[in-house]
Design a protein around this ligand. Structure first.
Ligand SMILES: NC(=O)c1ccc[n+]([C@@H]2O[C@H](COP(=O)([O-])OP(=O)(O)OC[C@H]3O[C@@H](n4cnc5c(N)ncnc54)[C@H](O)[C@@H]3O)[C@@H](O)[C@H]2O)c1
Length: 456
């Protein structure tokens, strides 16, 4: 036992040395052709050239769509030309923010019909992602679709098919996968520095009403200012309900609960870092404990996921938890645990920790010990660093910028993006199946490679 731990310690130090050297050579570690995920490969084609302006439109101009657009406009050579939303107030805000000359409409197909638009951002609630993505791809647009890629497990294959048929660039919006933090975690994971992966976990704690989806409702919200009929045209028809429009995350017709909102980010990062296709078994537990405001989804949720052995990784378990009634609030993390250490991963930081209980079998130390007639009581040992923090340089523009920049670069060079429709579906599927497990009270079985549900 003693021997094993110390040889692990030495292995750790050796690997750590390798990993640190890899840091020193920076992006060269990705130049071996194996790490295709985070970058666009440069190839020429007709259409938009490397230096051409990309004309952009936003469909769904709420919080995240507007944020994505702000980031897109930081990428050189991107121009916003049109905005679509179903609520008057959002269209008025868009003109105030981006200029009175942008084209605005409540009908997304008017955006897709315009020949001058190269790319669209889809920032609508989840139940519109699939249809608008497919229509946009077939209209010849490149698409940046917010996560989760789809609203239900059955919707994914049609988006993959549309992307393959049209050959357009399609990127799903879990920005973390393009971040320096995720890239560093991937590099460290592949260097073997945490040993054999056996467990991963992610956690969110929230308490603030707005953070748990009680968004403010505008004073002028009414059927006159909101195109409610279009909003519900692809789901259950109901009379106008301002909460169902402005607080859509709480209702299953439009949102995907904690799993589609938050777990999906961690699946994206975890799959990017480990090159995993996803779990085979998914089971959920939880309940509505506190926010009895008419919501249809739990406010405390635990998801457990079994990842089978794959080419890229050994079998391991994942535990994801989300608590919207957590008085401590504000905690979020993703942790990968291996036989030799663990990593805490964010978009701009990776904290690498090694096993702290190691006994020395260093020959020099053992010789000294012998000379001293055995273990000198209380004698201290030489220990490697317990923890190393990799942090992004000051001025790093962040995962959202990198993700959008990768999208725009891929459009200009007919390249690849990390989070295409297949990746996006593999990240969304376990999240959506976690909801299904919760509501049906059964474990769900999934074939992550073939992307099909298996019988229980
Ligand atoms: N990547 C991230 O970090 C991140 C963060 C937040 C939200 N999101 C995702 O972004 C999407 C939007 O979330 P949000 O918080 O911005 O919601 P939001 O309610 O602030 O915005 C959604 C907007 O879409 C509009 N809309 C609804 N149906 C439409 C339709 N058919 N056509 C055109 N516009 C329509 C609404 O009027 C609203 O303005 C969701 O899918 C969410 O999961 C991603």
């Amino acid at each position: 036992m003693k021997e094993q731990s110390e040889s692990s310690r030495r292995g750790f130090i050796k690997k750590l040395g390798a990993a640190t050297a890899a840091v020193a050579i920076g992006s060269n570690v990705f130049a071996d052709g194996k790490h295709t995920g985070a970058f666009a490969y440069l190839k020429r084609r007709g259409g938009i050239g490397p230096n051409d302006q990309v004309n952009l439109a936003l469909i769904g101009a709420g919080g995240q769509g507007s944020e994505d657009t702000k980031v897109a406009l930081q990428v050189p050579g991107v121009k916003l030309v049109a905005v679509c939303d179903l609520y008057d107030g959002r269209l008025a805000d868009a003109k105030k923010r981006w200029g009175a000359d942008i084209f605005t409409t409540k009908i997304y197909k008017e955006i897709l019909n315009r020949k001058d638009i190269d790319a669209v951002i889809i920032g609508t609630p989840d139940h519109w992602h699939q249809q608008i993505s497919i229509d946009a791809l077939h209209a010849g647009k490149n698409v940046y679709c917010e996560k989760p890629m789809v609203h239900s497990i059955t919707e994914g294959p049609a988006v993959i098919k549309a992307q393959q048929e049209t050959g357009k660039i399609f990127q799903v919006g879990s920005q973390g996968v393009s971040s320096l933090g995720n890239e560093k975690a991937k590099e460290l994971f592949e260097s073997g520095v945490i040993g054999q992966l056996n467990y991963a976990e992610g956690f969110w704690a929230r308490r603030n009403p707005v953070e748990v989806w009680q968004y403010p409702i505008p004073d002028d919200a009414s059927p006159q200012t909101v195109d409610w009929d279009t909003y519900v045209s692809n789901t259950h028809k109901r009379p106008f309900d301002e909460k169902r429009f402005f607080r859509w995350r709480n209702y299953t017709d439009y949102g995907t609960g904690m799993c589609g909102d938050l777990f999906v980010h961690l699946f994206s990062s975890l799959h990017f870092i480990t090159s995993s296709y996803g779990p085979e078994k998914i089971y959920a537990a939880g309940g509505l404990r506190f926010w009895h405001d008419g919501r249809e989804v739990p406010d405390v949720l635990l998801g457990t996921f079994d990842y089978g052995q794959a080419k890229a990784h050994p079998a391991f378990n994942l535990s994801l938890r989300c608590n919207f009634v957590d008085g401590t609030s504000g905690t979020t993390y993703l942790r990968l645990v291996g036989s030799e250490g663990a990593m805490d991963i964010t978009w701009d930081k990776v904290v690498l920790k090694r096993n702290s209980t190691v006994e020395s079998e260093d020959p020099f130390y053992l010789e000294k010990l012998k000379q001293a007639g055995g273990a000198a009581p209380g004698r201290k040992k030489m220990l490697p660093p317990e923890e190393i923090t990799f942090e992004a340089e000051k001025g790093y523009l962040g995962g959202p910028y990198d993700h959008m920049n990768n999208f725009m670069t891929a459009i200009r060079n007919n390249g690849k993006v990390t989070e295409d429709a297949t990746f996006g579906y593999r990240a969304a599927a376990p999240a959506l199946l976690c909801n299904d497990s919760y509501f049906q009270n059964v474990p769900m079985h999934w074939d992550p490679e073939k992307m099909v549900l298996k019988k229980s």
